[in-house]
Design a protein around this ligand. Sequence first.
Ligand code: HEC
Length: 183
Amino acid sequence: MAYRILASGAEARERLRVLRCLSSAMLGVALAGGLAGAAEAQNVVLGKQIFQGKINCPECHGWAANGVQEDPRAPRGADLRQTAMDRDTIAKTIQCGLPGTAMPFFDVRAYVDDRCYGMTAAQIGADRPPPGTPNLIQREIDAVADYVIAKVVGRGAITREECIEYFTTDVGRCKDFPSAAAR
Ligand code: HEC
Protein backbone atom coordinates (compact mmCIF):
# COMPACT_ATOMS: atom_id res chain seq x y z
CA MET A 1 0.00 0.00 0.00
CA ALA A 2 2.73 2.41 1.00
CA TYR A 3 4.55 1.39 -2.15
CA ARG A 4 1.48 2.08 -4.28
CA ILE A 5 1.10 5.59 -2.85
CA LEU A 6 4.76 6.29 -3.41
CA ALA A 7 4.55 4.97 -6.95
CA SER A 8 1.54 7.07 -7.78
CA GLY A 9 3.22 10.05 -6.14
CA ALA A 10 6.19 9.50 -8.40
CA GLU A 11 3.88 8.98 -11.35
CA ALA A 12 2.03 12.19 -10.59
CA ARG A 13 5.31 14.07 -10.34
CA GLU A 14 6.42 12.56 -13.60
CA ARG A 15 3.16 13.51 -15.27
CA LEU A 16 3.49 17.03 -13.95
CA ARG A 17 7.04 17.21 -15.26
CA VAL A 18 5.94 16.04 -18.71
CA LEU A 19 3.09 18.55 -18.69
CA ARG A 20 5.42 21.37 -17.67
CA CYS A 21 7.84 20.42 -20.42
CA LEU A 22 5.04 20.27 -22.95
CA SER A 23 3.59 23.60 -21.98
CA SER A 24 6.94 25.34 -21.98
CA ALA A 25 7.62 23.79 -25.38
CA MET A 26 4.26 25.10 -26.58
CA LEU A 27 5.00 28.51 -25.12
CA GLY A 28 8.34 28.42 -26.94
CA VAL A 29 6.63 27.64 -30.23
CA ALA A 30 4.07 30.40 -29.67
CA LEU A 31 6.81 32.88 -28.79
CA ALA A 32 8.90 31.87 -31.78
CA GLY A 33 5.82 32.24 -33.98
CA GLY A 34 5.18 35.71 -32.59
CA LEU A 35 8.79 36.73 -33.06
CA ALA A 36 8.81 35.37 -36.60
CA GLY A 37 5.67 37.39 -37.32
CA ALA A 38 7.27 40.54 -35.95
CA ALA A 39 10.46 39.90 -37.91
CA GLU A 40 8.40 39.44 -41.08
CA ALA A 41 6.53 42.69 -40.52
CA GLN A 42 9.87 44.46 -40.02
CA ASN A 43 11.17 42.94 -43.24
CA VAL A 44 8.17 44.26 -45.12
CA VAL A 45 8.81 47.78 -43.77
CA LEU A 46 12.48 47.61 -44.75
CA GLY A 47 11.52 46.07 -48.09
CA LYS A 48 9.19 48.95 -48.86
CA GLN A 49 11.89 51.51 -48.02
CA ILE A 50 14.21 49.81 -50.49
CA PHE A 51 11.52 49.28 -53.15
CA GLN A 52 10.43 52.89 -52.92
CA GLY A 53 13.61 54.75 -52.09
CA LYS A 54 16.97 53.07 -52.05
CA ILE A 55 16.45 51.35 -55.41
CA ASN A 56 13.37 52.93 -56.94
CA CYS A 57 11.82 49.82 -58.43
CA PRO A 58 8.80 51.99 -59.43
CA GLU A 59 10.92 53.82 -61.98
CA CYS A 60 10.42 50.74 -64.19
CA HIS A 61 7.63 48.80 -62.45
CA GLY A 62 5.35 51.61 -61.21
CA TRP A 63 4.49 52.37 -57.57
CA ALA A 64 1.91 49.57 -57.59
CA ALA A 65 4.33 47.32 -59.49
CA ASN A 66 1.77 46.85 -62.27
CA GLY A 67 4.40 47.34 -64.96
CA VAL A 68 3.54 50.95 -65.74
CA GLN A 69 6.77 52.90 -65.25
CA GLU A 70 6.89 56.06 -63.15
CA ASP A 71 9.55 57.26 -65.54
CA PRO A 72 8.33 56.84 -69.12
CA ARG A 73 11.93 56.83 -70.37
CA ALA A 74 12.81 53.86 -68.14
CA PRO A 75 12.51 50.28 -69.41
CA ARG A 76 9.06 48.84 -68.89
CA GLY A 77 9.21 46.46 -65.92
CA ALA A 78 7.09 43.35 -65.51
CA ASP A 79 3.66 43.45 -63.84
CA LEU A 80 4.58 42.01 -60.44
CA ARG A 81 0.94 41.89 -59.34
CA GLN A 82 0.48 39.07 -61.83
CA THR A 83 3.84 37.37 -61.56
CA ALA A 84 3.89 33.61 -61.24
CA MET A 85 7.18 33.77 -59.33
CA ASP A 86 7.35 32.61 -55.71
CA ARG A 87 9.20 34.52 -53.01
CA ASP A 88 12.56 32.80 -53.50
CA THR A 89 12.46 33.26 -57.27
CA ILE A 90 11.65 36.94 -56.80
CA ALA A 91 14.62 37.25 -54.42
CA LYS A 92 16.86 35.49 -56.95
CA THR A 93 15.64 37.85 -59.68
CA ILE A 94 16.49 40.90 -57.57
CA GLN A 95 19.88 39.39 -56.72
CA CYS A 96 20.79 38.29 -60.24
CA GLY A 97 18.58 40.27 -62.61
CA LEU A 98 16.90 38.61 -65.57
CA PRO A 99 19.34 37.54 -68.28
CA GLY A 100 18.56 39.04 -71.66
CA THR A 101 16.32 41.79 -70.21
CA ALA A 102 16.75 45.24 -68.65
CA MET A 103 15.93 43.87 -65.16
CA PRO A 104 19.14 44.78 -63.26
CA PHE A 105 21.04 42.64 -60.74
CA PHE A 106 21.67 44.06 -57.27
CA ASP A 107 24.26 41.63 -55.83
CA VAL A 108 27.71 43.19 -56.22
CA ARG A 109 29.20 39.72 -56.81
CA ALA A 110 26.69 38.64 -59.45
CA TYR A 111 28.52 37.25 -62.52
CA VAL A 112 31.85 37.94 -60.79
CA ASP A 113 31.63 34.38 -59.50
CA ASP A 114 29.00 31.90 -60.62
CA ARG A 115 26.44 32.46 -57.83
CA CYS A 116 23.89 33.64 -60.38
CA TYR A 117 22.44 30.87 -62.52
CA GLY A 118 25.86 29.17 -62.35
CA MET A 119 27.34 31.72 -64.74
CA THR A 120 30.22 34.19 -64.71
CA ALA A 121 30.28 37.30 -66.92
CA ALA A 122 32.38 35.42 -69.47
CA GLN A 123 29.83 32.61 -69.61
CA ILE A 124 26.71 34.74 -69.84
CA GLY A 125 28.21 37.17 -72.35
CA ALA A 126 25.83 39.67 -73.94
CA ASP A 127 22.84 38.33 -72.00
CA ARG A 128 24.23 39.69 -68.74
CA PRO A 129 21.60 42.01 -67.28
CA PRO A 130 22.66 45.56 -66.34
CA PRO A 131 24.09 46.24 -62.86
CA GLY A 132 21.64 47.97 -60.53
CA THR A 133 22.74 50.77 -58.22
CA PRO A 134 23.25 50.87 -55.37
CA ASN A 135 23.97 47.22 -54.54
CA LEU A 136 21.92 45.32 -52.00
CA ILE A 137 23.05 42.82 -49.40
CA GLN A 138 21.16 39.53 -49.05
CA ARG A 139 19.10 40.76 -46.09
CA GLU A 140 17.87 43.70 -48.16
CA ILE A 141 17.13 41.51 -51.16
CA ASP A 142 15.07 39.19 -48.93
CA ALA A 143 13.23 42.16 -47.45
CA VAL A 144 12.24 43.48 -50.89
CA ALA A 145 11.03 40.00 -51.89
CA ASP A 146 8.97 39.84 -48.66
CA TYR A 147 7.49 43.25 -49.44
CA VAL A 148 6.56 42.22 -52.98
CA ILE A 149 4.90 39.04 -51.70
CA ALA A 150 3.08 40.83 -48.87
CA LYS A 151 1.88 43.92 -50.73
CA VAL A 152 1.96 43.30 -54.46
CA VAL A 153 1.62 39.75 -55.77
CA GLY A 154 -1.95 38.66 -56.46
CA ARG A 155 -3.45 41.96 -55.30
CA GLY A 156 -5.75 42.33 -58.34
CA ALA A 157 -6.91 45.79 -59.42
CA ILE A 158 -5.29 48.74 -57.62
CA THR A 159 -7.52 50.24 -54.92
CA ARG A 160 -7.67 53.72 -53.44
CA GLU A 161 -6.84 52.26 -50.00
CA GLU A 162 -3.75 50.57 -51.34
CA CYS A 163 -2.65 53.86 -52.92
CA ILE A 164 -3.10 55.76 -49.65
CA GLU A 165 -1.20 53.04 -47.78
CA TYR A 166 1.68 53.22 -50.25
CA PHE A 167 2.00 57.01 -50.24
CA THR A 168 1.04 57.15 -46.52
CA THR A 169 -1.37 59.99 -47.36
CA ASP A 170 -4.28 60.58 -49.73
CA VAL A 171 -2.29 62.03 -52.60
CA GLY A 172 -4.24 63.33 -55.59
CA ARG A 173 -3.55 60.35 -57.79
CA CYS A 174 -5.23 57.99 -55.32
CA LYS A 175 -8.59 59.39 -56.51
CA ASP A 176 -7.99 57.60 -59.81
CA PHE A 177 -8.58 54.25 -58.13
CA PRO A 178 -11.89 52.83 -56.89
CA SER A 179 -12.30 52.17 -53.21
CA ALA A 180 -12.06 48.50 -52.23
CA ALA A 181 -15.55 48.83 -50.74
CA ALA A 182 -16.96 49.82 -54.16
CA ARG A 183 -15.63 46.72 -55.82
C1 HEC B 1 15.81 49.71 -64.89
C2 HEC B 1 14.46 49.20 -64.80
C3 HEC B 1 14.13 48.24 -63.67
C4 HEC B 1 14.33 48.41 -62.32
C5 HEC B 1 14.97 49.59 -61.60
C6 HEC B 1 13.79 47.23 -61.69
N1 HEC B 1 13.29 46.38 -62.62
FE1 HEC B 1 12.44 44.58 -62.28
N2 HEC B 1 12.20 44.27 -64.25
C7 HEC B 1 12.57 45.16 -65.24
C8 HEC B 1 12.35 44.57 -66.55
C9 HEC B 1 12.63 45.24 -67.88
C10 HEC B 1 11.85 43.27 -66.30
C11 HEC B 1 11.58 42.17 -67.29
C12 HEC B 1 10.45 42.42 -68.19
C13 HEC B 1 10.42 41.26 -69.16
O1 HEC B 1 9.99 40.17 -68.74
O2 HEC B 1 10.85 41.44 -70.26
C14 HEC B 1 11.77 43.12 -64.85
C15 HEC B 1 11.34 41.97 -64.23
C16 HEC B 1 11.25 41.82 -62.85
C17 HEC B 1 10.78 40.63 -62.19
C18 HEC B 1 10.34 39.32 -62.86
C19 HEC B 1 8.85 39.22 -62.88
C20 HEC B 1 8.34 38.11 -63.73
O3 HEC B 1 7.25 37.59 -63.44
O4 HEC B 1 8.99 37.76 -64.74
C21 HEC B 1 10.82 40.90 -60.85
C22 HEC B 1 10.43 39.96 -59.72
C23 HEC B 1 11.31 42.24 -60.69
N3 HEC B 1 11.58 42.77 -61.92
C24 HEC B 1 11.44 42.89 -59.47
C25 HEC B 1 12.05 44.13 -59.31
C26 HEC B 1 12.28 44.76 -58.05
C27 HEC B 1 11.77 44.23 -56.71
C28 HEC B 1 12.97 45.90 -58.27
C29 HEC B 1 13.55 46.85 -57.28
C30 HEC B 1 14.51 46.26 -56.34
C31 HEC B 1 13.15 45.98 -59.70
N4 HEC B 1 12.58 44.91 -60.30
C32 HEC B 1 13.81 47.03 -60.33
C33 HEC B 1 13.08 46.43 -65.04
C34 HEC B 1 13.47 46.96 -63.84
